[in-house]
Design a protein around this ligand. Sequence first.
Ligand code: FAD
Length: 397
Amino acid sequence: MDIAVVGAGAAGLMASGLLANRGENVVCFDHNEKAGKKLYITGKGRCNFTNLCEPVEFLSNVVRGEKFLRSSIYNFTPQNCIDFFESLGLESKVERGNRAFPQSDKSSDVIKALERHCKEVKFKFGSKITSIYKNGEKFVIILDGEKLTFDRVILATGGVSYSATGSDGSGYRFAKAFGHTINELVPALCPIKIKGLKQLQGLSLKNVTLKGLIDGKKREFFGEMLFTDEGISGPIALTCSSYINRAKEVKLSLDLKPALDYEKLDARLLRDFDENKNKNISYVFKGLLPSSLVPVFAERVGIALDKKVNAISREERKRILETLKDFKLDYCGLYDINAGIVTSGGVELSEVNPKTFESKLVSGLYLIGEMLDVDALTGGFNLQIAFATAYSCAENM
Ligand SMILES: Cc1cc2nc3c(=O)[nH]c(=O)nc-3n(C[C@H](O)[C@H](O)[C@H](O)COP(=O)(O)OP(=O)(O)OC[C@H]3O[C@@H](n4cnc5c(N)ncnc54)[C@H](O)[C@@H]3O)c2cc1C
């Protein structure tokens, strides 16, 4: 069989190698000059290539497409992924939160392993495909004015974020031309824009809870975050972005003291006030908050920093308490989609068979990886999705 794979990223390389190794004639196209450009920058250059957990737990980290991905994640589990890379000579290690990395900490070693896997694949790099269409039972790919024919086509062109890596969204055009619905593309795992807190840029907070009221539904994200030039980023902000990216109404706030409920925090304030009666309130604030947050916090609660603790009214103490537990963030959207670690949205899942990844609209056409309307949290889940969808596609073709 003559098979064209468009995209030499995580999904395209996995599928190409599997098919070529069983004797199919596979040509893998990429408009980049080499394979795995996005893979190279994953995991800050270390490539967190899967998450070594059970499929059930894995699926709970999928934000969109959980049901659709069930079959492929069970068919090619995170353990299978580790074994697959080991069979290609790549040793791995598992870190906090079951995150699997190459032992060498080098994403380039993951790419090299995939290149070894693809030694029977014919690559066409730097290729600008103008169009792909079906003529009878055959697919025709127009490349630099030349017509190439194939029995099967796999689209593995990724999303639209970090477009400099090659995933510039041009692949969706091919899917659309075959009649597929492309659901709105929105950023996921993306920094969040917050108005009016520029002065906090660079401040990172640990052990805080980012609280969201998302289209009327409450969600909380506990952990670390940091303030950026235009808003917030870091683990909990990125996670939160994946849940608010399609919402109509979003309200965000921070619980700066999540370990203490209102009563306990009030008791702590009373104790602090009692011990520091004759000091300025700034002294108490500094014991509760990082110093760069103190002036912003004082302005929020409307109390001058040089006000004496013994002059703080009951009403003011209540405001301090409420602001510590519910520090409102003026949400004004997400960063540009190019800044998202993954793209949410893409090829409508009801149009694709979740076992084979064959299009339900066009026989012989397959769609895998991030171009599908699936996305997951950070921790190696998104690459595992790319590998698992590619695996099931190749295995069942
Ligand atoms: C900074 C960053 C860090 C990340 N870190 C992690 C991590 O540590 N762990 C994790 O699980 N996930 C991570 N991800 C997400 C992960 O990289 C992607 O989900 C994954 O690469 C998707 O694989 P894919 O094969 O579907 O798409 P891609 O890897 O994007 O590959 C698509 C390929 O198709 C090619 N292509 C596109 N259009 C065309 C066209 N028209 N013609 C020819 N070729 C085309 C592109 O050049 C590209 O090579 C990270 C993402 C980013 C941006």
